[in-house]
Design a protein around this ligand. Structure first.
Ligand code: F6R
Length: 616
């Protein structure tokens, strides 16, 4: 939620900030703004703040012709929490005298109290945001310290909540002060300046060696260097992370949108996630688990906690863990998990799944689970993210940066990772033999080529199915077992990118209520791949067909019978039921995207959403 970028150096700050904000736009796109250092007619330094409602492109137009001499500034792209999207609520926010400007990502929980106190001391507020208190707190502290870094450090002592923030002062030209608690901040040195961002993607053109600030760490950037300090102001030497993913990830590479590009990258994601995971002797190698085989053998209950699409990956995992390891596995929305009193013992394994690794609900649930004594294992796509850091062990999904707001390739990476975990638990518990693991591993690897086959041969079928859905008011997704798990994901994908209302049901549940919705032409998207419940799903579909539903079936290649009830058929290659979620999800992603494109929606940045949800 919200993206921050800041630069001080030799180059034009405006261009660097706008390019960075464009890349961070996936974090929020309600409004955008920059504060650039400028020179007043009397030669003194000023701060020139420009904000605009809407996307970064609008801000770029606003700044056209703007003085390009400034070499220091801060920028922000916002996902509204406190206060509607408006110019007044857009960041940067400034102090009363306009000489300090602040950008912030996170939530200041005690902002109302701080605001009242500051107002009683004469500060005037011009926005409804929580962030504005930071500008005034820094202003007060600056009056005492006359040192921006010290002022930011002191301001943070008053704040309860989460922040990644960057501040500039007209009285300290070229200096940017940065602080972090529970909101990501990365800092890096390029050849021609110093950079700050919420995500490495905004500074990867300048440097591949970055510092991911830890909570309670501060950075002071100047055009020639960066100093890191702790909360007592003592110098520290933080670890440097090298970013090795390809810069092309940040570009569309000839695709019309990131969503399609990322869907098409999925064969690679499967292959990369599996590299080096099976030893020559058939043992699975997941060293990063942080648990010995003896400790794993003691696990007698698994909770998968996650949100949204990642939660749906958990539904797939439940089927696999219970089938292969024979231990109970529950899947819980992270936002609910922590408000219950789940049964957790030292032999409980909590698996936290999060693409971004910074979802506030998931992080809060991890912390809760650890306090209750569970082992926590993270599955995330972002190296060094809070979920990775706060878990006992972690598998990285190797999806590389996912830019489209709707998750696709990271979902497939999550399922593959969870499948490995389920196989490992099965092996350690003696329920799967080494030979079975080897065979499953090979078939899991085969899904890469199967996804490629779908991408190469089923686009026309998906297009026709999309034409059949695009004008509907609503759609139902149904399936059983694995088919039910991915139906939930299919429905989420369709509604979030196309704004077409969609629901998912276990197909057998249709007759208990949802079938009342069916009238002639109502789209029912059914996962009817060959599985132990194939005949049952077909019967459920016949009940829908009898009531006039328009049926779109995802079926196994070679299934000609399904054409008798389906109006449209999209095929996936024959695959073991356990792996059908990996392949059958792909046409559902393509379908959602096609419908969205046909309905004129912005598939990469759907309204009201943000890629990282750092509020609870
Ligand atoms: C939907 C989507 C969201 C996320 C959810 C959790 O396409 O992307 O539902 O899955 O916000 O995010 P992470 O996985 O980053 O914790």
């Amino acid at each position: 939620m919200c993206g921050i970028v800041a630069y001080t150096g030799e180059d034009t700050a405006k261009d660097i900030l706008l390019a960075g904000l464009k890349r961070l736009e996936y974090r929020g796109y309600d409004s955008a703004g920059v504060a650039l250092e400028g020179i007043a007619p009397d030669g003194s330094t000023t701060l020139d703040v420009t904000c605009r409602v809407g996307k970064v492109m609008g801000l770029a137009s606003e700044l056209e012709g703007h003085d390009a001499a400034s070499t220091c500034g801060i920028g922000h792209t916002r996902w509204a929490t406190h206060g509607k999207p408006s110019v007044a609520n857009a960041h940067p926010h400034t102090s009363c005298d306009g000489r300090i400007a602040v950008v912030h990502n996170g939530i200041i929980e005690n902002f109302a109290e701080l605001r009242d106190e500051l107002a009683s001391r004469g500060h005037v507020f011009t926005s409804e945001t929580d962030t504005e208190v930071l500008a005034h707190l820094v202003e007060e502290a600056y009056a005492r310290h006359a040192d921006l870094m010290a002022a930011v450090r002191e301001a943070c002592t008053h704040v309860v909540g989460a922040y990644g923030m960057a501040a500039v002062s007209a009285d300290e030209p070229g200096v940017i002060a940065v602080a972090r608690k529970d909101s990501p901040i990365v800092v890096g040195r390029g050849e021609r300046g110093s950079y700050v961002a919420s995500d490495v993607i905004a500074l990867i053109d300048a440097t591949r060696d970055v510092v991911v600030l830890e909570d309670g760490q501060f950075a002071r950037l100047t055009p020639t260097g960066i100093e890191y300090t702790d909360d007592a102001g003592e110098p520290i030497e933080p670890a440097v992370t090298h970013i090795d993913w390809d810069v092309d990830t940040a570009e569309k590479g000839g695709y019309p949108d990131f969503m399609l590009k990322e869907i098409c990258e999925q064969p690679r994601v499967v292959r990369d996630t599996l590299v080096g995971r099976l030893s020559a002797t058939g043992e699975l190698d997941i060293d990063e688990l942080g648990l010995t085989f003896e400790e794993l053998d003691l696990i007698d209950r698994v909770y998968v906690i996650a949100c949204g699409t990642s939660y749906h990956a958990g539904l797939v995992a439940k089927n696999l863990i219970e089938a292969w390891a024979r231990i109970p596995c529950e899947v819980e929305a992270a936002s609910e998990f922590r408000y219950r009193n789940p049964i957790i013992t030292p032999s409980t394994l909590v698996v936290a799944v999060s693409q971004s690794g910074e979802t506030a609900d998931t992080l809060a649930a991890i912390r809760d689970a650890r306090i209750k004594g569970a082992k926590v294992f993270g599955i995330t796509n972002v190296v060094g993210s809070p979920v990775a850091r706060e878990s006992d062990g972690v598998i990285y999904t190797k999806a590389n940066k996912e830019i489209a707001v709707a998750s696709t390739k990271s979902f497939i990476g999550q399922i593959v990772s969870l499948t490995l975990l389920a196989m490992l638990l099965g092996q350690v518990k003696g329920k799967l033999t080494t030979g079975q693991v080897r065979m499953l591993f090979r078939e899991l690897g085969d899904t890469a080529a199967q996804i490629q086959w779908i991408l190469d041969s089923q686009r026309t079928a998906v297009h026709e199915a999309a034409l059949a859905c695009k004008d509907a008011q609503s759609a139902l997704f149904v399936g059983r077992g694995m088919g039910a798990a991915i139906s939930y994901e299919g429905a989420l994908k369709l509604k979030e990118v196309s704004y077409l209302h969609a629901e998912a049901y276990a197909a057998g549940e249709m007759k208990h209520g949802p079938i009342a919705l069916i009238d002639p032409g109502f789209p029912v998207i059914a996962v009817t791949t060959k599985s132990p419940t194939y005949d049952k799903v077909v019967s459920n579909l016949k009940e829908c067909e009898a009531r006039g539903a328009k049926i779109i079936a995802l079926a196994t290649q070679g299934d000609e019978d399904i054409k008798q009830i389906a109006d449209h058929v999209i095929y996936i290659p024959p695959v073991r039921d356990a792996f059908s979620a990996i392949t059958a999800s792909v046409p559902l992603q393509l379908l959602a995207r096609e419908v969205a494109v046909m309905r004129g929606c912005d598939v990469d940045q759907p309204r009201n959403l943000a890629k990282s949800v750092t509020v609870e």
